[in-house]
Design a protein around this ligand. Structure first.
Ligand SMILES: NC(=O)c1ccc[n+]([C@@H]2O[C@H](COP(=O)([O-])OP(=O)(O)OC[C@H]3O[C@@H](n4cnc5c(N)ncnc54)[C@H](OP(=O)(O)O)[C@@H]3O)[C@@H](O)[C@H]2O)c1
Length: 238
């Protein structure tokens, strides 16, 4: 019983408070804080400010997008029909035109590769390019990168490597499989040589790229120097 009475009196008080607040709707009366009209006024203020906020957010987002696209990060790879790219740390195909194109595109720029791909290069660092090798076994004095990777800059992560590149540096991610996988999220385009063949054996594969859109395609037929049909295809994000 006692508790019922207490409850009633509390709810009456609430009603009276709300009733008084509603009376304050009259323009000449002072608007009570937290009353309905005060909240309406606050909401109107938000509505007035909302377009300005949207314009600011839009400009900010556009700037961020521009920042992101200033730097060209290209993934370059020769890929079989089943996305195979390597076997026992070696390339699967010998296509002189593909090597020529690779040289033309990357010379004068920066190439980023995994430690295993570096080890597969017959003469070490590629000339006339900034060579960057990724290896987790650098730093903390564990390994001396100048000895292991002569002529290369070496970093312990892709993010660290990119952070040490200038904004105007054209970056080519040249493999292998593990580095391609990591770079798919930051790359701006894929420069693929698609080879019309499925190799009998492969242990390294390019990641799926179904959500990228082909913007150019240059077909080549097999000839005395090229054992398979192949195409140079450029992809950008959908
Ligand atoms: N078809 C093509 O276009 C093409 C191009 C290039 C390579 N390939 C083929 O790809 C195969 C090699 O690929 P893979 O995946 O085995 O090796 P990989 O990617 O070339 O190298 C892997 C190594 O790179 C280092 N690494 C990778 N990600 C790193 C990160 N985020 N931070 C620091 N270090 C990182 C690690 O070195 P540590 O173990 O020293 O830490 C890792 O063991 C070979 O068969 C090669 O011929 C094909």
């Amino acid at each position: 019983m006692i508790s019922d009475k207490t409850e009633m009196s509390t709810s009456n008080t609430d009603w009276r408070f709300n009733h008084r607040s509603l009376l304050a709707l009259h323009p000449k009366k002072r608007v009570e804080q937290n009353s309905l009209p005060a909240l309406c006024l606050k909401r109107n203020t938000y509505l007035v400010l909302l377009p300005f906020f949207c314009i600011f957010a839009n400009v900010k987002t556009k700037n961020m997008q521009n920042d992101k696209t200033t730097r060209q990060i290209s993934i370059i790879a020769a890929v079989a029909s089943n996305r195979a790219i390597g076997w026992r740390n070696k390339l699967l195909y010998w296509l002189p035109n593909d090597l020529k194109r690779f040289k033309q595109l990357t010379t004068g720029h920066t190439i980023v590769m995994g430690r295993r791909t570096f080890e597969s290069l017959p003469k070490g660092a590629l000339p006339n390019r900034r060579n960057i090798v990724l290896s987790r076994r650098v730093g903390n004095g564990e390994e001396h990168s100048d000895v292991r990777f002569p002529g290369c800059d070496c970093y312990a992560s892709l993010q660290e490597a990119l952070a040490h590149c200038r904004e105007d540096e054209d970056i080519y991610i040249i493999g292998g499989a593990s580095v391609y996988r990591q770079a798919m999220g930051v790359a701006t385009r894929l420069l693929l040589t698609e080879i019309d063949d499925t190799p009998a054996e492969a242990d390294a594969f390019f990641p799926p790229y179904d959500d990228w859109k082909a913007v150019s395609r240059e077909e080549h037929g097999r000839d005395e120097k090229h054992a398979f049909d192949y195409a140079f295809v450029e992809y950008v994000r959908e």
